[in-house]
Design a protein around this ligand. Structure first.
Ligand SMILES: C[S@@+](CC[C@H](N)C(=O)[O-])C[C@H]1O[C@@H](n2cnc3c(N)ncnc32)[C@H](O)[C@@H]1O
Length: 215
């Protein structure tokens, strides 16, 4: 928990328990109960300052969205943006390590996982921290419903290549691979903060979709 630069963050976060959940691992009744409907649940691991997940929640009211971020001083910015957006009822945020997904969600409870501009952890000794490492794939497989998908975007070519290999070796089916998403720019693409920053610098954006079932 890093709050060095934002000493006010903890109190501010505690004031908005309706959208920023303090104890997500205690959601024993299931997330559909929390949202009060049976709509699909899509999560973003490493949500950062929240532009993507909030944009998705506003654009798709029939999907429930959950943004998960490791650090308080980052997720507090997502909270600020969610408040500016009038707290969409289909959005929740919480601070957690993606490593804890299986203690927070029931088996098969999630319909889609977004990984956007995940930290590349370039040194081999840190490979286990990459969100597309086999250890994480195993967790995603547990919480994803049959037919559930992972959607991954990055500007980092090495992380993209690593992820293609990691998912293929795990036995996943890959689809919709793009080596320059912005050349196609699908109408429904919602940009993340990092995507805006790196595409403005001329970096190509790589994207893939994957699933655990064989086609
Ligand atoms: C490079 S930033 C990208 C943020 C955002 N997705 C975007 O595209 O603008 C990666 C974010 O993932 C978070 N993160 C990294 N590893 C994580 C983990 N294991 N669990 C949760 N969040 C994580 C970091 O704290 C950071 O905020």
């Amino acid at each position: 928990m890093r709050l060095r630069n934002k000493p006010w963050a903890r109190d501010y976060m505690a004031e908005h328990p309706d959208i920023l959940l303090a104890e997500p691992e205690k959601m024993n009744n299931g997330w559909s109960n929390l949202f009060g409907n049976e709509n699909p649940i899509h999560i973003e691991v490493g949500t950062g300052m929240g532009q993507f997940i909030i944009g998705m929640a506003l654009a798709n009211p029939d999907v429930n969205y959950i943004g998960i971020e490791h650090f308080d001083n980052v997720i507090v910015s997502a909270l600020e943006k969610a408040i500016e957006a009038d707290k969409p009822s289909n959005l929740r945020l919480f601070r957690a390590n993606g490593m804890d997904l299986s203690t927070i969600f029931h088996k098969g409870e999630i319909d889609r996982i977004y990984l956007n501009f995940s930290d590349p952890w370039p040194k081999t000794r840190n490979a286990k921290r990459r969100l597309t490492h086999e250890t994480f794939l195993r967790l995603y497989e547990e919480v994803l419903a049959p037919g559930g998908e992972i959607h991954f975007k990055t500007d980092n070519r090495l992380l993209f290549e690593y992820s293609l290999v990691s998912m293929s070796q795990y036995g996943m089916t890959l689809g919709s691979v793009s080596l320059d998403l912005h050349a196609e720019m699908p109408e429904d693409n919602i940009m993340t903060e990092y995507e805006e920053k790196f595409s403005a610098k001329g970096h190509p954006i790589y994207r893939l979709e994957s699933r655990f079932e064989k086609l």
